[in-house]
Design a protein around this ligand. Structure first.
Ligand code: 3HC
Length: 315
C-alpha cells in the first residue's frame, strides 16, 4: 500500500476518533511531534519540582509541609508516566534525559522563574497548575492512546495541586497587611509567565496547525489561554486581590475577558535559555543525574545478575 494511502487511512482513523496505539502505523512526523511534546511535558514535570522542592523545608506549618511534599512527589510521578508514554514511540529514557541535560530539549518556560516567598507556593499551585490543568484536561482526549491515558490520572492529582495553591493564597489574603501584600506581590510576578505557558500566539505557533489536524491538540494556544484568563479573572475576586493587567476587562460582546499584550520578547528569551533561572535549573538537574548514577549502576548490575541466575536455572 502506498504511503499516501497509509496516510489517508491514518487520517481517517484520527477523524473517526480512534486512538492511535504504539504498534499502529503512523506517519514519522506524527511519531516525532508526539515524542517532542510528551518528552518536553515530562521534562517540565521534573524540572517543575525544583522551585517548589526548595520550600518544603521552609513551609510555615507541618500541614503545609506535608501537602507540599505530596505535591512535589506527584510531579515526579507525572514525569515518569510521561517518559513511559514517550518511550512507547521508540525514544529511550536515556536519550530524552540526555537531551534535557544538554540543553537541547525544552521544558516549560514557567519553571525558569524564581520562587522567592511562601506565597509563590500558592501562586504556582493556583496559576501554574491551574494553567496546566486546562491544557491537560484537553490532552485527556489527545489522539495518541498512551498520552491520553497518562493524562487521566495526572489531571486527578493536578486538581488537588490547584486547590492547595488557592488555599495558601486564601489564608494569606485573610491575614495581616504584610501577608496580603506578599499574596499580591506573588500574583503580580506569576501572572504573565503563567499566560506564557500556553505557548506563542496561534499565528506564531509552528506546530499547532498540524497538531490540531492530528487531534494531538483539541484547542489552540490562544483558545486555552482565553479560557484560563476567564477562569482566573473570576476566581481572584474571592481573594480580594487584582491581576496585574490594567487592560483586563469583561467584553460583553465576546463574552470573554479582554486582556493586555504578553511580553513576547521575554517569552522567547526564556524559551531560548536566558530566563532568570534557566542555568540554575539545568545545573540542578545535571547534579541530581550525576549524584544518582550509583543507583542506576546498582540497578543495572542487579538486573544482569538476576537475568544470569534465571538463565542458569532454565539451563
Ligand atoms: N515553554 C517552553 N517552550 C515552549 C512553550 C513554553 N511555555 N510554549 C511553546 N514552546 C515551544 C514549543 O515547544 C515549540 O518548540 P519546539 O517545536 O522546539 O518543541 C515552540 O515553542 C512553538 O510553540 P508551538 O505552539 O508551536 O508548540 P506546541 O504546539 O507544542 O504547543 C504547548 C506548546 C501548548 C506547550 C504544547 O507543547 C503542550 O500542550 N505541551 C504539553 C503540556 C505541557 O508541556 N505543559 C507544560 C507545563 S507542565 C506543568 O506545568 C506541570 C504541572 O504539574 C505544574
Amino acid at each position: 500500500m502506498s504511503i499516501t494511502n497509509l496516510e489517508q487511512l491514518f487520517q481517517d482513523k484520527i477523524d473517526a476518533e480512534t486512538k492511535i496505539e504504539p504498534r499502529d502505523w503512523m506517519p514519522d512526523a506524527y511519531r516525532k511531534t508526539n515524542i517532542r511534546q510528551i518528552s518536553q511535558h515530562a521534562h517540565s514535570e521534573v524540572v517543575g519540582m525544583l522551585p517548589e522542592g526548595n520550600w518544603i523545608s521552609r513551609a510555615p506549618t507541618l500541614k503545609r509541609k506535608a501537602i507540599l511534599l505530596a505535591k512535589v512527589q506527584d510531579e515526579g510521578g507525572h514525569g515518569l508516566y510521561l517518559y513511559s508514554a514517550a518511550e512507547t514511540l521508540g525514544m529511550s529514557r536515556d536519550e530524552m534525559i540526555a537531551d534535557l541535560l544538554s540543553g537541547k530539549a525544552k521544558y516549560s518556560s514557567i519553571f525558569n522563574y524564581p520562587a522567592i516567598t511562601w506565597a509563590d507556593m500558592g501562586a504556582i499551585g493556583w496559576l501554574v497548575d491551574g494553567a496546566a490543568i486546562l491544557n491537560q484536561v484537553m490532552l485527556c482526549r489527545t489522539s495518541y492512546g498512551p498520552y491520553a491515558r497518562a493524562m487521566v490520572r495526572i489531571c486527578k492529582e493536578e486538581s488537588f495541586h490547584q486547590r492547595q495553591g488557592f488555599d495558601i493564597l486564601l489564608s494569606l489574603s485573610r491575614g495581616t497587611d504584610e501577608q496580603k501584600a506578599m499574596c499580591q506581590d506573588s500574583i503580580n510576578r506569576w501572572w504573565w509567565p503563567s499566560l506564557m505557558m500556553f505557548g506563542p500566539k496561534d499565528s506564531e505557533s509552528t506546530n499547532s496547525d498540524q497538531s490540531m489536524k492530528w487531534k494531538i491538540k483539541r484547542k489552540t494556544n490562544d483558545e486555552l489561554r482565553q479560557q484560563f484568563v476567564d477562569m482566573i479573572a473570576e476566581q481572584i475576586k474571592t481573594l480580594g486581590m487584582r491581576l496585574p493587567d490594567d487592560q483586563l476587562k469583561w467584553n460583553e460582546n465576546r463574552k470573554h475577558y479582554d486582556y493586555g499584550e504578553i511580553n513576547w520578547e521575554e517569552f522567547w528569551n526564556v524559551v531560548k535559555g536566558n530566563g532568570p533561572c534557566n542555568k540554575q535549573r539545568l545545573e540542578a538537574r545535571r547534579k541530581a543525574h550525576n549524584d544518582g548514577a550509583w543507583v542506576r549502576e546498582a540497578a543495572k548490575v542487579h538486573a544482569e545478575k538476576k537475568a544470569a541466575r534465571e538463565k542458569q536455572a532454565a539451563a
